[in-house]
Design a protein around this ligand. Structure first.
Ligand SMILES: Nc1ncnc2c1ncn2[C@@H]1O[C@H](COP(=O)(O)OP(=O)(O)OP(=O)(O)O)[C@@H](O)[C@H]1O
Ligand SMILES: [Mg+2]
Length: 274
């Protein structure tokens, strides 16, 4: 279980996240939605300590994440993989080498930098690529891939970390609808088959509704909604999106409807704040 208690972040007088309390049970798939600047990325980045909190606490299975430093922090970042909108792959390296950099923590820094990986590690990386339908490009130079393919490689890299949590910051924002579906299906499959907790920032309501067990709505640094997709009424969405609600709804209606992969959703309680 991941617990955020009164977690906040201030950037030089600008409060990005106001004291937030959140408990995420293992194995949940959570979507964070909200307008630009609401604090979604900051909240996510605090969880793996890319941004250091200004106040409050993060706990995972009772371990205090907020206080971690050095080796302990590196271990946490390995347990808590991150997928980015812009993939963060090394274009001039081939695909399998990019995936194997996900083994950095397990492998040791020097041998990883020298790209000395064992046959077992290569097989592991190929299996991860295969799950994402990408094994056939394992030896291809990464910058020859399409955006959708790159994001699948980035997810394979996150998978070989053998994480307990996967954080994804707008993983489909740069992708066309078809690739967006492939990537969201992959995240959902990882969540359901491996039991990995997934927390992802999403910019469309319908994607969050389609894929997530639980939706967190942020507005102006506050969590203003927390509940299952069915509880996200028009009124709740309007609270989250404010004046942009009409636009958000028309987008939800007009964007390609992503079909949810099979699988049951756990019961999630609703916490509508304000
Ligand atoms: N490194 C930083 N330095 C200063 N201010 C920052 C920094 N990162 C974020 N902020 C500010 O914190 C607030 C929240 O930003 P954040 O990136 O978390 O929003 P977001 O919800 O992810 O937005 P978007 O949908 O555009 O990605 C914004 O006002 C932003 O300008
Ligand atoms: Mg963001």
């Amino acid at each position: 279980m991941l617990e955020l208690r009164q977690l906040s972040k201030e950037f030089k007088g600008n409060v990005a996240v106001k004291p937030a309390d959140l408990t995420i049970p293992d194995g949940q798939m959570v979507g964070i939605i909200g307008r630009s600047g609401a604090g979604k990325s900051t909240l996510l980045r605090m969880i793996n300590r890319l941004n250091d909190p200004s106040g409050g606490q993060i706990q995972f299975h009772g371990r205090d994440i907020t206080a971690m430093k050095g080796r302990e922090l590196r271990k946490w970042r390995n347990e808590c993989a991150m997928v980015f909108q812009q993939f963060n792959l090394v274009g001039r390296l081939n695909v399998i080498t990019n995936v194997m950099t996900g083994r950095l923590y397990h492998h040791g820094f020097v041998s990883s930098m020298l790209q000395q990986f064992s046959a077992r590690e290569r097989a592991f990386a190929v299996r991860a690529l295969d799950r994402l339908g990408m094994a056939h490009v394992a030896l291809q130079q990464t910058d020859t891939l399409s955006g959708g393919q790159m994001q699948r490689v980035a997810i394979a890299r996150a998978l070989v970390q053998e994480p307990k949590i996967m954080l994804a910051d707008e993983p489909i924002a740069s992708l066309d609808p078809l690739n967006a579906k492939v990537v969201m299906d992959a995240l959902r499959a990882i969540n359901q088959e491996d039991g990995i907790t997934v927390v992802c920032n999403l910019h469309t309501l319908d994607t969050a509704r389609t894929y997530c067990d639980r939706i967190i709505g942020m507005q102006d640094g506050n969590i203003v909604f927390d509940g299952p997709p069915k509880a996200l009424t028009d009124k709740a969405a309007r609270t989250i999106y404010g004046a942009e609600a009409a636009e958000a709804f028309s987008e939800a209606l007009t964007s390609t409807s992503l079909q949810q992969p099979s699988g049951k959703r756990p019961e999630v309680e609703t916490r509508v704040v304000n």
